[in-house]
Design a protein around this ligand. Structure first.
Ligand code: ADP
Length: 528
């Protein structure tokens, strides 16, 4: 059928029973059925699956869906099968199938019954499968969890790197990438690695207006603070994330002793106990799950009212994913993170044994976590900026839903300092990351400053009235405001934007939030 003649609403109703498309789905579906490379970025729960499932069902041939998790593939296949009387409509092709099963899959594909074929990336490299797929009609290849292709994503999988080559062997079929990870760096990596620079890109907003974001300084009183918080939320469901299994057990016990119904959840517990604790939480037999990041994948409890991070996570992507489990029903969702720079140092230590490239990425991601925790500006604006999204922190949806906005720190005029900063970035030829820009401002020397003879320039030390912490805070705010940008390629070199150039020529008021001062007390150690 001519793709332009397909009545998409009719097909949507027929297969899925929905009356309307959600968000950008209709545009995405149209892009796919008209044969375009397509890139879809939507937060979890945004309805990504339908974006490729509906085109697969209406187009000729079989769509290949690459997915990293066997358990998720099975769920998807069952879901599709339930939409049709034909079990062969969707299949999984992987190493767990015996010969007879593989033959059945091949038969269903050849006869045109199978519309969706789910494969793990490693299965797709198998010569035998490739040869077969080469001989049948493929409608398109959808790559789910496409961020796995990027080392900057939170779940890098080397086997994803091969996908483009494999897809090429299948002939000239459209490629669809889908992900819920939205940082500009990861997006760029995906488009590059899939070799589809001109793909139609659809990005949904990552704003979750009903979530309230709060960061508290982590002190030795953290446990009583958490208990008080939970008692204020009596009868409501919540998750507490800790980095280590030991801490999970400890906190769960402390809560129990204090009359809060809580269970631990981590990968060190046997499968039966894990399943039991998860069910208890879903059935509301307990109020709180204290967990490592092992908890949450695919958990769909709509009324989680708070997500507490006892320990700050290693990236803002993780933070966004984990807090995203709160308030799925659109109701209250309080996201509280405890922050101590000592925890950052511990996370840095974990990185120290890793390969250099991985370390560098890990450090850069951690720096963003620090910046988020320490900022005095709208946390929502900060998070969304991190995901490449502009947010209006005055009129935007959910604008007043964070601690910094509700209890604003005082603001000071920083127009002159912004000009000084921007000029240093310009005059150092936009070659430096924050560290060297700050050194040039305060007049501090290191090997790079020396080698580039920055210390002989007139602007060297032009900002020495303020300290390094001040400049770091200002850079963060100027970045979020878009006067400077961070180069994606090098992840960190500061570049002057057009807006920044205009600011130098015609400076306007720039009100800077004064950053938090942290008076941390000794915290109990995290033991992994
Ligand atoms: P994602 O993969 O982006 O996390 P899913 O594809 O799992 O999201 O979809 C999330 C939920 O939204 C599912 O329960 C799905 O049935 C529902 N959904 C998707 N599209 C629609 C629609 N057009 N109308 C109503 N519900 C939808």
């Amino acid at each position: 059928m001519n793709p332009h003649e397909i009545d998409l609403h009719k097909e949507l109703k027929k297969y899925f029973g929905f009356n309307q498309f959600k968000g950008l789905q209709e545009q995405v579906v149209k892009s796919i059925i008209t044969g375009n490379n397509t890139f879809v970025i939507m937060p979890t729960g945004g309805g990504k699956s339908l974006c490729y499932q509906l085109p697969a069902l209406v187009l000729d041939g079989t769509a290949i869906v690459v997915s990293p998790l066997i358990a998720l593939m099975k769920n998807q296949v069952d879901a599709i099968r339930s939409l049709s009387s034909e079990t062969g409509i969707a299949h999984v092709l992987n190493s767990s199938l015996n010969k007879t099963e593989v033959n059945q899959v091949k038969k269903d594909i050849t006869s045109g019954v199978t519309k969706l074929l789910y494969v793990a990336p490693e299965s797709l490299t198998k010569e035998e499968y490739l040869q077969f797929l080469n001989e049948v009609k493929i409608s398109f290849v959808a790559i789910d969890e496409a961020h796995c292709i990027s080392e900057w994503g939170h779940d890098f999988r080397p086997e994803y790197r091969n996908l483009r080559n494999i897809v090429r062997q299948l002939g000239d079929v459209p490629v669809i990438g889908l992900t819920a990870t939205a940082t500009p760096k990861v997006q760029e990596d995906i488009l590059k690695n899939l070799d589809m620079p001109n793909a139609n890109t659809f990005k949904a907003s990552f704003n979750r207006p009903n979530l309230y974001y709060e960061v508290r300084t982590k002190t030795k009183n953290i446990e009583s603070d958490i208990i008080r918080f939970i008692k204020q939320h009596k009868g409501k469901s919540g998750v507490i994330y800790c980095l280590s299994r030991k801490k999970v057990e400890e906190i769960a016990q402390v809560l129990q002793v204090n009359g809060i119904s809580a269970v631990p959840y981590h990968a060190g517990l046997d499968a039966k106990t894990r399943a039991k604790h998860q069910d208890m939480f879903l059935m509301e037999d307990v109020e709180v799950v204290v967990a490592t990041i092992a908890f949450g994948m695919g958990i769909d409890k709509p009324d989680v009212r708070f997500v507490i991070h006892h320990d700050i996570p290693k990236s803002l992507e993780s933070y966004y994913q984990e807090t995203g489990r709160a308030g799925r029903d659109g109701g209250e969702g309080h996201c509280l993170a405890y922050y101590s720079y000592k925890d950052i140092e511990k996370l840095e230590k974990f990185l120290s044994g890793k390969p250099v490239a991985e370390q560098e990425i890990g450090f850069a991601l951690l720096q963003e976590v620090v910046a988020y925790a320490e900022t005095s500006m709208s946390r929502r604006k900060f998070l969304l900026h991190y995901f490449g999204e502009e947010f209006d922190d005055v009129d935007g949806e959910g604008a007043d839903m964070d601690d910094n906005v509700r209890n604003p720190k005082s603001k000071v005029e920083a127009q002159d300092q912004v000009v000084t900063l921007l000029k240093v970035v310009r005059d150092t030829k936009q070659l430096f990351k924050s560290k060297e820009v700050i050194f040039a401002l305060v007049g501090k020397i290191n090997a790079i400053i020396k080698a580039q003879r920055i210390d002989t320039q007139s602007y060297f030390g032009s900002g020495s009235k303020y300290d390094e912490k001040y400049w770091m805070a200002l850079i963060r705010q100027v970045l979020v405001d878009g006067l400077l940008t961070k180069d994606i390629e090098t992840y960190g070199v500061l570049k002057l934007s057009e807006k920044g150039e205009a600011f130098i020529k015609k400076p306007t008021s720039f009100m800077m939030s004064e950053d938090h001062e942290y008076n941390e007390e000794e915290d109990d150690a995290i033991v992994t």
